[in-house]
Design a protein around this ligand. Structure first.
Ligand code: UT7
Length: 319
């Protein structure tokens, strides 16, 4: 019997401060109408000055552990996807490890922007399948507001802060993470990047983006890799109960669903209330879906993402 990672628990966390589109219109020349029409976003959560990425990650991790009925001491590995770490080093995962009382195993970060959760999921799932971990904590977390240029209306209205976490548990059975495909194409690095970095200019930098190029590639790549992961595992769009894509922009999500032939009623949407939280968006949406009673045990979930790098991927999960 094959060992798979079942999803033992999901948890999300959002910082308290909520900023509406009207709030954003007070700082840049924009409007609620433009933002809703072009992105579907109505509000976003922002961490305050003192709240760090690790704080959000720790809350989400604790929520996921509670849902799984486990403690930090049960966890063998933490894989954390983020492009907004507390510090250049150590890994944000190290702070999470200490806070949840996990003293063994290993904890590390990876950087794959909006695909960060899927990259982390793939990495942790591989470790579980190989017998290297029994319980793994997979986290997607960002404080994008800390690297947002609030004078640039092209980007500042799009992003939000948040964290999502999943506890994977080794088991012998058909449910759990069925397959995750990940891809990248570094030729597109100049289309979405931070203007700073330790070795580039000793700075943190701000998000800068060729929005149209990202849009074009995201619509195609997320649909095509979703089709690929379905076909590879002998499933069709009809088998999917919920489509939970990276929540970047409702127009991208609509375009992906259309190209894939996914009915609109199967698309789970949180972009209206969370905005684009990069690596956090999929686990936050999954946790939100469970909390709202939409996602249920036994259902088949398909989750694609695409982000800076470019990176992209898709995961097929039986809850
Ligand atoms: O996870 C991946 C992260 N990236 C993304 O999710 C972004 C992907 N790209 C997009 O979502 C879209 O390209 C945007 C939402 C960023 C832009 O939508 P668009 O329909 O491609 O607009 P555009 O870039 O063609 O801009 C149209 C106009 C421009 O004005 P002009 O040059 O036509 O006069 C922009 O300056 O809209 C203007 N504009 C704005 N107007 C009001 C750009 N941002 C704003 C704004 N408010 N916030």
């Amino acid at each position: 019997m094959t060992i798979r990672s079942r999803i033992a628990g999901l948890g999300g966390y959002l910082p308290e401060t909520v900023r509406s589109n009207d709030d954003m219109a007070k700082i840049v020349e924009t409007s609620d109408e433009w933002i809703v029409d072009r992105t579907g976003i109505r509000q976003r959560h922002f961490a305050d000055e003192k709240t760090m990425t690790s704080d959000l990650a720790i809350h989400a991790a604790q929520n996921a552990l509670k849902a799984a009925g486990l403690t930090g001491a049960d966890i063998d590995v933490i894989v954390l996807g983020s492009v907004t770490p507390d510090r250049t080093f150590p890994a944000t995962a190290a702070y999470v490890q200490a806070a949840i009382g996990m003293t063994g195993g290993c904890a590390f970060d990876l950087s794959a922007a909006c695909s960060g959760f899927l990259y982390a999921l793939k990495t942790a799932d591989n470790m579980v399948r190989l017998g290297q971990a029994k319980n793994a904590l997979v986290i997607g977390v960002e404080t994008l507001s800390k690297i947002t240029d609030f004078t640039d209306r092209n980007t500042c209205v799009l992003f939000g802060d948040g964290a999502g976490a999943a506890v994977l548990q080794a088991h012998e059975g058909e449910d759990g993470v069925i397959d995750t495909l990940i891809r990248s194409d570094g030729r597109h690095a100049p289309d979405l990047y931070a203007t700073g970095g330790p070795s580039f200019n000793h700075e943190v930098g701000y998000i800068t983006m060729n929005g149209r190029e990202v849009f074009r590639h995201a619509s195609v790549n997320m649909a095509d890799i979703s089709a690929e992961v379905l076909a590879k595992n002998g499933y069709t769009v009809d088998d999917v109960d919920w489509f939970v894509p990276h929540q970047a922009n409702i127009r991208i999500m609509d375009a992906v669903a259309k190209r894939l032939g996914m009915p609109a009623e199967k698309v789970l949407t949180t972009v209206d209330k969370h905005a684009n939280t990069s690596a956090a968006s999929i686990p936050l949406a999954l946790a939100d879906g469970v909390e709202r009673g939409l996602l249920k045990k036994g259902q088949l979930i398909l989750s694609p993402a695409m982000g800076a790098g470019f990176t992209w991927g898709a995961s097929l999960i039986r809850l």
